[in-house]
Design a protein around this ligand. Structure first.
Ligand code: AMP
Ligand code: ZN
Length: 172
């Protein structure tokens, strides 16, 4: 995966629901249509252990790890273990698991990083900015006056991501 990603135009994004699109996914080398298949899903790979991540927590329903291309320092993801594409498909139990863990992790982030605020968001479909079609919640620490840029993302420093993951693990 490239160290630097450019989300240059919406036409390059994965296209929600369009099975025949062959646009290249902005996050990897997969054609966007392939990203919709469970067997090629990057988050399913993380759940299965075939893909690496900076893991914070896992239980039967959910897994939490650091976002590899953080929108802000401490950007964390809470992901269902089972593959659901979006909020319209996620089971109620998995949804509840994500919500409960999101609050626990948000509290840990608050203790560890003491941000001025914390954004919790979740995208459904490429028009809403979804790029990984496996249900997940973003937890993004925010600082007064600090913006973030969805269109140009840099891969996080491994030592920093691991350090955040270790400290958050200890607080859960
Ligand atoms: P969304 O655009 O809402 O679908 O969010 C997907 C998020 O997954 C983005 O913030 C990416 O930076 C992040 N991401 C993509 N691949 C990985 C990965 N291998 N490990 C951790 N985060 C990832
Ligand atoms: Zn998946």
């Amino acid at each position: 995966m490239a160290d630097r990603m450019e989300f240059s135009s919406t036409s390059k994004r994965s296209n929600y629901g369009a099975a025949n699109r062959v646009d290249v996914c902005v996050l990897c080398v997969y054609p966007s249509a392939v990203m919709h298949r469970v067997e090629d899903c990057i988050f399913c790979g993380i759940v299965a252990g075939s893909e690496n991540c900076f893991k914070v927590y896992e239980d039967d329903l959910v897994v939490c790890f650091m976002d590899l291309f953080p929108l802000a320092d401490g950007h964390t993801l809470v992901v269902t273990k089972e593959h659901f594409e979006n909020v319209f498909e996620v089971s109620e139990s998995a949804l509840t698991g994500v919500a409960a863990l999101s609050r626990r992790v948000a509290t840990a982030i608050k203790k560890e990083l003491n941000p001025d605020g914390l954004a919790v968001y979740q995208a459904n479909g490429s028009a809403a900015g979804q790029t990984v079609f496996h249900y997940h919640m973003h937890l993004i620490p925010r600082r007064e006056g600090e913006g973030f840029n969805f269109t140009s993302r840099v891969r996080g420093d491994a030592a920093t991501l691991e350090s955040h993951a270790r400290k958050l693990r200890a607080l859960l």
